[in-house]
Design a protein around this ligand. Structure first.
Ligand code: FAD
Ligand code: DHB
Length: 390
């Protein structure tokens, strides 16, 4: 087999890149080690920046999103029961975010790919890129008991943090910067109406809580937990009790509880690997970086990587220019570090750290107070939350 770009990974970054390349006239094949059902069963991000929405439109996969997404013009920040609304729309000159789940994004992109009859291999095992340091890379894998080899011009490593593409980078060619946080998020998804029509981020003595949603009838809630805890040790009832304890009384009383459709724990960490290009292999999305989820940047960063990579590959195929692919890593990393800073900061001011001193707690309170009293401070938060320009 031969194609122009082999995309390893069928998460949002791989599927979005595949669709955008196709619309730019560039052939591609998507490979994933998991089944479609498994990929669609993972409950992850829920808040989209306008940049991501624009890319879905460019990919020709935005019709359902345009009908079903919930635009959000602000969110509540709560510190020890004191509520402050961040007016995203007002502070950013009319920008907002859109609530639409990663599962739906992935489904829409898979449907678009299928409608165009583009080639994908799910449940592909032993996927491996070769010779990407030369001019004729290829990818091997096994599928349905048969060995396959695809010759290509480029390989896009969109296979997440535990994928193969990070692993095949030669020793010493990549530097990784990492910060691990001493807690995780326990998430619960339930078919109950959200407690509020906007998101609520709460810093409470007992730990962080987030009230989010997927639709007007489906809620997504999180509570900070120990990194060592296991979701199996929690019941939905225990979750609801803990969530309500971390919210102001009048909000807690309005929480509608129900059975859990899903409950899982996500560890929190910040990771950046540099550079993101190794000859004809590019890393994009979680394959190159992880942010703690506070501020919902993970999926949106994957989208901006895809945007820069698309521009580079489009120029290469249009007129042979390598300027765009040469600049890919640097352009993407500039935005990544800004989002890393924001996600780290938002995590730092909203969570309860196990070794926190009285001094640290007062500093958190002062940060909150500055957001309440300074329009400049709130504007910085709002500009980052809606997404920095590409
Ligand atoms: P992924 O979605 O991870 O996709 C990678 C794909 O590559 C997968 O389908 C995988 O099966 C495939 N793959 C892996 N290895 C191989 C291999 N060797 N061969 C072939 N295929 C392979 N972000 C937010 O903004 N908000 C959130 O609330 C949030 N919650 C999260 C919860 C969890 C548990 C996790 C892990 C992430 C969460 N994120 C969240 C981050 C966000 O979901 C990711 O940033 C986003 O999924 C990145 O997309 P991606 O396509 O780069 O990677
Ligand atoms: C969600 C996750 C986040 O990390 C966030 O900041 C907002 C919303 C969510 O899963 O809905």
């Amino acid at each position: 087999m031969r194609t122009q770009v082999v995309i390893i990974g069928s998460g949002p970054s791989g599927l979005l890149l595949g669709q955008l390349l196709y619309r730019a006239g560039i052939d591609n094949i998507v490979l994933d080690r998991s089944s479609k059902e498994h990929i669609l069963g993972r409950i992850r991000a829920g808040v989209l920046e306008e940049g991501m929405v624009g890319l879905m439109e460019q990919a020709g996969a935005a019709a359902r999103m345009q009908r079903e997404n919930l635009p959000h013009d602000g969110f509540d920040l709560i510190f020890d029961d004191e509520v402050h609304r961040i007016d995203l729309f007002g502070l950013t000159g009319g920008k907002r975010v859109h609530v639409y789940g990663q599962t739906e994004i992935t489904q829409d992109l898979m449907d678009a790919r299928e409608a165009e009859g583009l080639q994908s291999f799910y449940e592909a095992s032993d996927v491996r890129p070769h010779d990407f340091d030369g001019s004729r890379p290829y990818v091997t894998f096994e599928h349905d008991g048969q060995d396959h080899r695809i010759e290509c011009d480029f390989v896009a490593g969109c296979d997440g943090f535990h994928g193969i593409c990070r692993q095949v980078v030669p020793d010493g060619a990549m530097e990784t910067f990492e910060k691990v946080y001493p807690f995780g998020w326990l998430g619960l998804l339930s078919d109950v109406p959200p407690v509020h029509d906007e998101l609520i981020y709460a810093n409470h003595r007992r730990g962080f809580a987030l009230c989010s949603m997927r639709s007007k009838t489906r809620s997504r809630y999180y509570v900070q937990c120990l990194a060592s805890e296991r979701a199996e040790d929690w019941t939905a009832d225990a979750f609801w009790d803990e969530l309500r304890r971390r919210l102001p009384e009048e909000t807690a009383e309005r929480v509608t509880t129900g059975p859990a459709l899903e409950m899982s724990i996500a560890p929190l960490r910040s990771v950046v690997s540099e550079p993101m290009r190794f000859g004809r292999l590019f890393l994009a999305g979680d394959a190159a970086h992880i942010v703690p989820p506070t501020g919902a940047k993970g999926l949106n960063l994957a989208a901006s990587d895809v945007h820069y990579l698309l521009e580079g590959l489009r120029d290469y195929y249009a007129d042979g220019s390598e300027a765009g692919i040469d600049a890919y890593s640097q352009r993407a990393l500039h935005r990544i570090w800004n989002a890393e800073r924001f996600s780290w900061w938002m995590t730092s001011v909203t969570h309860r750290f196990p070794d926190m001193s009285g001094f640290d707690r007062h500093i958190q309170r002062a940060e909150f107070s500055q957001l309440v009293h300074s329009k400049a401070a709130s504007t910085v938060l709002a500009e980052n939350y809606v997404g920095l320009p590409y």
